[in-house]
Design a protein around this ligand. Structure first.
Ligand code: C2E
Ligand code: CA
Ligand code: CA
Length: 588
């Protein structure tokens, strides 16, 4: 049954193509034989003029001739809609609307041609048994032309300069827009120009909640607003979906910004009333054109970059292109393009920063920190790539890669009966959203046969928001394996103390900022001292990170802080160097 349906659909689609092709070859290419070769001897044509009627093939030929006289050379054609309806077993009726663009002296005239072509189709063969065309909304035999599904598609783009307008909004299409922009810029050397690019946020929501038709309405409304607002719009188009482009001229930049902001506000107000559940908003990216002879594509790209930067500024509706933003985005692209290759090429390295017992001076652990070392030896620090990986999800791969490398080192050392200390690994919040995380983690420990006490996991306090129960649940699952949890950057979030109550935490890492302030701030000293006391009373241990001076170390020793980590003792180092340090401690 399903197979039959798809065969039917394919036939309908094929016939639609055939019909459109015939009209194209006739009206645009002025080829009559194409159609004549496929008509039935008893074909009928009821044409666009009263006397354009044919009842057989001969009559058909003369109607075709007359029709061509009526439609001048250089006509372009666009299919507004086309639909195939099966009439009986072998007969199909293809209905639709064609837009014919007839070039006149100075302008282009538009004519909408409704058509119905009836075809008898058998296997791959077909013949045309009747054609009706009319230049009105209803075709001559009374069948209302359906625009259901609005299968708008274009033929042979660029040829004959057709396809200049977007059917939905009536604005130019992107290709035509670019040509026009170039022309306007060439002709107006003294004016200031900017290229703007719009985005309707929550447009998807409107689509889902109010349906396609009402979403389309937004686009038509926006097109009207852009062309009728007080902006000096020279050329405009809808590039794709809800993105419009416009070339505007302006006198002062501040005025331009104000006008654009007003346009966004007006749009927002209107839409709030019409679509209260979706509340679409308008955002605009602006590129001030400096070099008028430059590539239009590049100008569009810059306006788009500005538009995209709005995603990071919730309050603003208008963003001007900024070369720094562009460079940042280029950098993100570069990193994203090379990250997978880099992982396969083992360019990510585990650096280890030792942690020391403040009393004995002995190495009691280390923190694993990632470094990206390129083939040419240049090194990148995690602040460069971790935020990008957190956004695109690649951080999950990196965090597991770090774990595997640490496990591999521990296994090697355990095997050789060398000194081992617990290694802490930073865990991204993305991992905690992954249901498979605890299982995958357990499997890795098992694979390398690593006793869980050698692994400590750090979670920065900044990731903890209101709902701690879900995080506590996942953390609990890993804790069951025997690993230790550490709260990193302790004291920088909002509810530090609450975390100690709600989460299965074993260690806290006091943030470096407190330590930095101990020299000048009595309050910071008290906070550190009291936090150390409190966590020890709760049977948790404290690591102080970012220790840089002897006086800081003295102070920490004085308040019985257990462990310190910082440049004073050692910087993060390649794994082999850290192993050497451990070996030296053992005297091996
Ligand atoms: P973090 O976890 O707070 O790591 C401590 C950072 O402070 C490290 O920077 C370390 O090199 C630096 N540091 C250590 N001692 C001192 C000191 O005495 N003075 C100063 N000024 N800095 C010190 P790094 O390695 O650049 O790491 C930055 C951040 O990137 C880390 O902050 C961590 O949040 C994240 N990160 C690093 N590696 C990974 C990783 O493999 N996975 C995940 N998820 N995050 C990572
Ligand atoms: Ca850390
Ligand atoms: Ca930290």
């Amino acid at each position: 049954m399903q197979q039959k349906t798809s065969v039917d659909e394919m036939t309908k689609e094929r016939l639609k193509e055939i019909v459109v092709h015939h009209f194209y070859s006739f009206y645009v290419q002025r080829n009559m034989t194409d159609m004549l070769d496929h008509v039935d001897p008893d074909v009928r044509w009821i044409g666009s003029k009263e006397h354009f009627i044919a009842r057989n093939k001969e009559g058909f030929r003369s109607v075709l001739k007359k029709e061509l006289e009526y439609v001048p050379v250089g006509c372009a054609m666009k299919v507004v809609s086309a639909e195939t309806v099966q009439v009986d077993e072998q007969s199909y009726s293809v209905n639709g609307i064609l837009e014919l663009r007839i070039p006149q002296e100075k302008e282009v005239q538009y004519a909408f041609l409704c058509f119905t072509m009836v075809i008898v189709s058998e296997e791959e063969q077909y013949s045309i048994v009747s054609i009706h065309t009319s230049y009105h909304g209803v075709n001559p035999i009374g069948n209302t032309v359906s625009d259901k599904g609005k299968s708008v598609y274009f033929m042979a783009e660029d040829i004959y300069n057709q396809n200049q307008h977007d059917t939905l909004t009536g604005l130019y299409t992107i290709d035509y827009f670019k040509k026009e922009v170039k022309k306007v810029l060439e002709e107006n050397d003294s004016q200031h120009f900017a290229l703007i690019c719009t985005n309707v946020s929550h447009f998807e929501r409107v689509n889902n909640m109010y349906g396609l038709k009402r979403a389309d309405q937004i686009l038509s409304d926006l097109a009207n607003m852009i062309t009728s607002c007080s902006l000096q719009v020279k050329v405009s188009c809808r590039s794709v979906a809800d993105h419009f482009l416009a070339l505007v001229s302006y006198d002062s930049e501040s005025e331009l910004k104000e006008t654009l902001a007003r346009l966004c506000d007006d749009f927002g107000h209107k839409m709030k009333i019409r679509y209260p559940d979706a509340r679409p908003r308008l955002g605009i990216g602006v590129y001030r054109i400096v070099d008028k002879t430059g590539e239009v594509e590049r100008m569009v790209e810059c306006a788009n970059i500005a538009r995209k930067s709005l995603r990071f500024q919730k309050k603003e509706n208008v963003a001007m292109y900024d070369a720094d933003v562009f460079l940042r985005m280029e950098r993100v692209k570069e990193i994203e393009n090379s990250m997978r290759y880099a992982m396969g090429n083992r360019e990510f390295k585990v650096y280890l920063q030792p942690k020391y017992n403040l009393e004995s001076g002995e190495i009691v652990g280390a923190e694993a920190l990632s470094r990206w070392i390129h083939d040419d030896g240049t090194m990148e620090y995690p602040d460069e790539f971790i935020p990008i990986f957190e956004k695109n999800g690649f951080i999950v791969d990196l965090d597991f890669y770090m774990l595997e490398n640490v496990c591999e080192m521990l296994r090697r050392r355990l095997q050789a009966e060398k000194k081992c200390v617990p290694i802490s690994i930073n865990q991204s919040r993305v991992l905690l959203n992954d249901e498979d995380y605890p299982k995958r983690f357990a499997k890795t420990l098992q694979q390398f046969a690593i006793p869980a006490e050698y692994i400590e996991l750090e979670l920065t306090e900044r990731i903890f928001k209101e709902d701690l129960s879900e995080m506590a649940r996942i953390m609990g699952k890993l804790k069951e394996l025997g690993i230790q949890w550490s709260i990193d950057d302790f004291g920088t979030g909002y509810s530090s103390l609450n975390l100690l109550k709600e989460l299965p935490v074993d260690i806290i890492k006091l943030d470096k900022s407190f330590l930095d302030e101990t020299e000048t701030s009595e309050t910071s000293k008290i906070i550190i001292r009291k936090t150390v006391e409190l966590t020890q009373e709760l049977s948790k241990s404290v690591v102080c990170e970012g220790v840089e001076t002897e006086s800081q170390a003295d102070y920490l020793r004085g308040i019985q802080c257990d462990v310190a980590q910082g440049y004073l003792y050692a910087r993060p180092m390649p794994m082999c160097e850290f192993e050497k340090l451990l070996d030296e401690e053992m005297g091996t």
